[in-house]
Design a protein around this ligand. Sequence first.
Ligand code: AMP
Length: 214
Amino acid sequence: MKIVLLGAPGAGKGTHAQYLSDKYEIPHISTGDIFRANLKNGTPLGLKAKAYMDRGELVPDELTVDLVLDRLNQEDCENGYILDGFPRNLFQADALTKALAEKGEDIDHAIHFVISEEAIIRRMSGRRVCPVCGATYNVVGMPTKVEGICDRCGSEVIQREDDKPATVLKRLEVYREQTEPIVGYYRERGKEERIDSSQPLEEVRKALDELLKG
Ligand code: AMP
């Protein structure tokens, strides 16, 4: 099952990708996580990506597209994958469609998490991530069991630099201008499936289960 997750930053893509990845035993491929891991390891890619990420802008396509397409050719992607944060503009969406078409494939679902900007801003200010294992939490609604400590690996959770207010506004602007058009791209191809992401987590999961069972 090949799934693309659509929706603004903070709409819940990462959280639900984690759930779907565990449920269907297919990899969760997050370009943001790949860039952050590269940055942590001090790779040239990580250092190049950092400047864009800190400003809330998109990392250039030439650093992003091949990286993802190569990742999709790895063995663990044979039964499918969940793409979270890619594609992020029309060029990337088209590159993905073409690369898959060359293999006679297409994505199966483009799941669009719909939520208002006000709710996103509220949510992102509460988001915390584990810098070690990548688990995500929210101080409102989805807190760690012990305050400030990752449930999975026991490390101290942090607020991402780009979840701070000024960068959040910039990321939302970039989303509106560059990423939102890909919703229409998938809609025209009959792939867009909408889920109201302002609902409580369990309700969103139920909606996902319902959508993917058929
Ligand atoms: P995310 O964790 O998906 O919110 O991504 C964090 C940041 O990584 C974004 O604000 C971009 O700077 C960069 N990024 C992630 N995915 C992409 C992509 N597909 N294309 C360009 N930049 C990306």
